[in-house]
Ligand binder design. Structure first.
Ligand code: XMP
Length: 304
């Protein structure tokens, strides 16, 4: 990409040329789909139907921020929180969990497209996604990582020649908020992969609150590639002289160039202690906090 403004102009022209009816896009809150939604709106205005499927697996305040950011382009929020929780009930296997989330997502997306009889799909596939799927590393990158069972007249991928840093540049130029343009990587399956075992409302609430605390303490001060909290199993503790079988929270903070390998951030002891004390004080059912010392490899960045 030589020039960001020229790219934006070309992308808008291309969408105008290729879309000959109503188009749909799934906005996830990540930078890729956000940039595509903005480009598509510039190109076709109200012919665009941007939808956001609220999985209930996002971090605190994320859905509200997305609603606010995309209000003017007419973002529709599909509340699917219960459906995701219901489908995830009893599932403990990490792969099955991911598959269930992807499948639920894609089926809801299809329903929404079908209902509206939309013939054009806009997707935020970027260059590395294309290379990965061509190389057979993962199945063709699609809205939920799975093939759609619905035929679109055309699928348009306006940023499929860009790398992530170029997408961020376009996002800045489009004046997207920094929470989007500079957002650290967040997995598609959301907080579900930061919960070991079955996903329940109670665990989601605890891990969501822990993620907020960890981000507040580390994001600005240490600028890690990624930092988050994961909920492990239960462990025995005492709170107010009472024995409690509470949750164990693991804190993770890593540096990385591309997510393929990662080094653990060497945090000052005082910072770690402050995080521990905030998590155990502010979240009632947490009795233990750990700091993950494992680089990638042998661990992955996420816990599942
Ligand atoms: P792992 O855990 O494999 O993660 O070391 C490498 C990077 O990828 C992110 N990640 C995902 N991103 N969908 C995504 O869009 C996923 O299912 C997913 N799983 C992991 C992870 O946060 C890290 O940045």
């Amino acid at each position: 990409m030589v020039n960001t403004e020229a790219f934006i102009e070309r992308a808008v022209e291309r969408i105008k040329r290729e879309v000959k009816g109503r188009a749909i896009i799934a906005v996830s809150g990540g930078v890729d789909s956000s940039v595509c939604a903005m480009l598509a709106y510039r190109a076709i205005g109200d012919l665009l139907t941007p939808i956001y499927i609220d999985t209930g697996l996002m971090r605190a305040g994320e859905t509200e921020r997305i609603r606010e950011t995309f209000k003017e382009i007419g973002l529709e929020i599909i509340d699917a929180k219960e459906r995701f929780l219901e489908n995830l009930k009893g599932i403990t296997d990490p792969e099955e969990k991911r598959k269930t989330i992807g499948e639920t997502f894609i089926r809801i997306f299809e329903e929404e497209a079908r209902k509206r009889e939309i013939r054009y799909l806009i997707q935020g596939t970027i260059y590395p996604d294309r290379i990965e799927s061509e190389g057979g590393i993962k199945s063709h990158h699609n809205v939920g990582g799975l093939p759609l069972r619905i035929e679109f007249e055309r699928i348009i991928e306006p940023i499929d020649e860009l790398y992530k840093d170029e997408v961020r540049e376009v996002a800045r130029k489009l004046k997207l908020p920094t929470e989007i343009s500079e957002r650290m990587p967040f997995p598609g399956p959301g907080l579900a992969v930061r919960i070991i075992g079955e996903v329940t409302e109670e665990k989601l609430d605890a891990v969501r609150r822990a993620n907020t605390i960890v981000e507040e303490e580390l994001l600005e001060s240490y600028k890690p590639w990624q930092t988050f909290a994961a909920l492990l199993e239960r462990g025995t503790g005492v709170k107010g002289d009472v024995r409690v079988h509470g949750w164990i929270i693991a804190v993770r903070a890593v540096t990385s160039r591309d997510g393929m390998t990662a080094e653990v951030l060497q945090l000052p002891w005082e910072t770690l202690q402050r995080i521990e004390s905030r998590i155990t004080r502010e979240i009632p059912n947490v009795t233990r906090v750990l700091y993950d010392l494992t680089p990638k490899p042998p661990a992955t960045i996420e816990f599942e």
